[in-house]
Design a protein around this ligand. Structure first.
Ligand code: FAD
Ligand code: SF4
Ligand code: SF4
Length: 651
């Protein structure tokens, strides 16, 4: 039977029609073999656009549909649904991407039109070889894995746990809380970070639906949406979690008491080799630093910690464990790292005393921090002049091009805190552009301006020491003058940057990273928490720098997406998979090790390979490997691909 193809060319407003002569492409399509109707329309994805397809399927008895529009990544599901509603199998559709591949990459009207016509012809040739295929459904595991226990991960876990679904929350540090746990006050309301975060941390620990695994990391992920198999490395704490009461007795007697720089205090405070990360830590359990503890590094210590612990909780024999879990959905909330200004000597960090980072200032101003909330110089005296420098490592071609988004506001917060705690001090806030984008942010900025902070528009270009005087050099772009400002303390507001292990983590979870290195969302506007791997979602600053309100919103959004995926109890998975013809398979086993999803096994009795359809992702690697040509990928058969090539070549 001769196929009856309908072709629909979209204008995409002026996105396509501005550079491609859609009428001409439609005219050419009308003359193509098998085409019974070709139309152009302003927005094919709109309701009237989709109705055109449905009506034509009925009126013209179409058997195949081609839509020449935007990327199939965006609207293939939309048009598949329209085709299905019109009465055809959804896979009898082919899309030609004449937006990203033609109009968006060319300013040449004729060339873009010619290419659009060629791609449309290729789609028409290919669609003729399409076969109806059925969407597969698999049962879903209702557990969600949340990776990262900052505010994003905690929010997502609480949301899912609260809805009655099981959650495994994996945090690589000894306590959950992330960066927010280090802050004292949070802009714009200046409410206490601990007061709003600690109850959530405690709830996450106490929720019977949430299994908390701290000091742990995911090392392997196998499977697919609805059915992920995950291996988690649980590192030894050398303290029995179920026995330790967090009494602190061991910490007090450790031979390294107050000798090791505390990570939580950004190096300003000191801790022991056995320590509790911070007073509100969850879980509130001691942990031994394996790289510092005398017993673990040298094998000899009098072990006063062991003697002090009345609960006999310390166990130097603990070993690393691999815990295997299964989950239907995964939420990555691994957050951000801070730019290290010591690699940029122009700002004097690590060279001059009293040049500190934003996190150090956060800890210094924290009532439970190393200086009990007092802003002091290294010699213990109060600074009389303080400068806050924005954009350290952000919006800088040399380091990171992206805007860290929250630093303007956290700088304004620092200026406010400096003025509040040191009313007599001169406070200078040096900014390139002031970005107060959020709710109540502009009001907070205005308030701090009224508090007497001197705002200078210009990037702090250099921090230097002129005859023993710390000095900030800046070009004041409003006054058009170059200034040297003598100060006692400089706060460098560092960029929020991707985690240093984000490449490894993205590979484990099979997701991509964007240009700036943060995890890439499926669609920046329409799918900001989805990734291109089904069932894997992202939330918080692992996606891009953002403030706490946006982070919390994303945590909830990712939780909603994950619950939508698991709530129905079954999940639709792509039917585009490898098909192995066992009559042709020579049993050479070439394909076995090529499949990164371990979807191929070998039947030793029949001496042929076998593809596990549930595991296959249809990536096509095996098909290109098989020397006997025994493997084909459904929807990407040789006939379909060659027909498409012929179409592009105008054959
Ligand atoms: C100096 C400064 C001040 C700020 N002040 C404010 C403020 O006042 N108000 C405001 O709204 N916002 C503020 N922010 C922004 C705020 O810090 C972020 O919005 C928030 O911390 C993002 O939370 P998160 O959970 O996405 O990431 P994080 O806080 O970074 O948490 C991520 C968590 O994931 C864990 N993790 C990382 N990798 C892994 C892994 N592979 N496996 C398991 N766990 C992992 C980490 O250990 C961490 O616990 C400030 C930011 C900075 C830098
Ligand atoms: S290990 Fe023992 S001494 Fe140390 S905090 Fe836990 S219970 Fe207290
Ligand atoms: S064994 Fe010694 S070094 Fe290690 S935690 Fe105990 S007291 Fe500290």
């Amino acid at each position: 039977m001769q196929e009856r193809v309908g072709v629909y060319i979209c204008h995409c407003g002026s996105n396509i029609a501005g550079t491609v002569n859609v009428e001409k492409v439609t005219e050419e399509a009308n003359g193509m073999e098998n085409v019974v109707v070709a139309r152009d329309y302003k927005y094919m994805c709109s309701d009237p656009g989709q109705n055109l397809i449905k009506q034509d399927i009925a009126e013209h008895k179409l058997t195949r549909v081609v839509v020449a529009a935007c990327s199939p990544r965006m609207h293939e599901p939309t048009f598949r649904k329209a085709v299905q509603q019109g009465g055809l199998n959804g896979f009898l559709l082919e899309m030609a991407n004449i937006r990203e591949h033609c109009s968006w990459v060319s300013t040449n009207y004729d060339a873009a039109t010619k290419k659009a016509a060629a791609l449309t012809r290729a789609a028409v040739k290919r669609v003729v070889f399409h076969e109806p295929i059925e969407q597969r459904e698999m049962p879903v595991n209702r557990t969600t894995l949340v990776v990262g226990g900052g505010i994003a991960g905690i929010q997502a876990a609480l949301q899912i746990g609260g809805a009655g679904y099981p959650v495994v929350l994996v945090e690589k540090e000894p306590s959950i809380g992330g960066h927010m746990a280090q802050f004292d006050k949070t802009f714009p309301t200046m409410d206490c970070a601990a007061c709003i975060l600690t109850p959530k941390m405690v709830n996450a620990d106490q929720d019977p639906n949430i299994t908390l695994m701290t000091h742990s990391e995911v090392v392997e992920v196998d499977g697919f949406v609805g059915n992920y198999k995950i291996k988690i490395k649980k590192k030894p704490r050398y303290v029995k979690e179920d026995v330790c009461t967090g009494c602190n007795d061991c910490v007090e007697v450790c031979v390294y008491k107050n000798k090791i720089p505390s990570e939580f205090d950004a190096g300003l405070g000191k801790r022991s080799a056995i320590y509790i990360p911070f007073p509100q830590a969850v879980p509130l359990k001691a942990i031994v630093d394996a790289d510092k503890c005398l017993m673990l590094t040298k094998g000899k210590c009098k072990q006063p910690c062991v003697t002090a612990c009345q609960r006999e909780a310390i166990d130097f024999e603990q070993k690393e464990e691999i815990v295997e879990i299964e989950a239907g959905a995964i939420i990555l909330a691994t957050g951000h790292d801070m730019f290290d200004p010591s690699i940029a000597p122009q700002w004097g960090f690590g060279i001059y005393d009293n040049v500190i980072t934003s996190m150090q200032f956060e800890r210094m101003t924290n009532a439970s921090g190393p200086t009990q909330g007092k802003i002091v110089l290294k010699d213990g005296t109060k600074p009389k002049r303080v400068a806050v420098l924005h954009c350290i490592g952000s919006r800088d071609e040399k380091y990171h091009k992206h805007c860290s988004r929250v630093c303007c506001m956290s700088s304004v917060k620092f200026s406010h805190l400096a003025k509040e705690k040191l009313p007599e001090a001169e406070v200078y806030d040096l900014y390139m552009d002031m970005r107060t984008f959020g709710k109540q942010y502009e009001e907070f900025y205005n308030r701090v301006q009224d508090e007497g902070v001197t705002f200078i528009r210009g990037k702090g270009a250099e921090v230097t020491n002129i005859e023993g005087q710390l000095t900030v050099r800046v070009e004041d772009t409003l006054l058009g003058v170059y200034r040297e400002i003598p100060v006692d303390m400089v706060i460098l507001n560092s960029a929020l940057i991707p985690r240093k292990d984000s490449d490894r983590v993205s590979q484990i979870f099979n997701i991509s990273r964007g240009e700036s290195g943060f995890f890439l969302e499926s669609h920046i506007k329409l799918d900001p928490v989805k990734t291109t791997t089904e069932g894997v979602y992202i939330a918080g600053t692992c996606q891009s720098p953002k403030d706490i309100p946006d982070t919390v919103a994303q945590g909830s959004a990712a939780a909603a997406e994950a619950m939508a995926a698991i709530a129905t109890g079954k999940v639709k998975i792509s039917p585009i998979i490898a098909m192995l013809n066992q009559d042709i398979c020579s049993g050479c086993k070439s394909c076995l090790n090529m499949c990164r999803y371990n979807a191929i096994t070998f039947d030793e009795d029949k001496k042929v390979a076998y593809i596990n359809e549930a595991v296959c992702k249809g990536c096509g690697t095996c098909a290109t490997t098989c020397p006997s040509g025994a493997i084909a990928i459904s929807h990407f058969t040789k006939e379909q691909i060659f027909a498409q090539i012929e179409g592009v070549c105008g054959l």
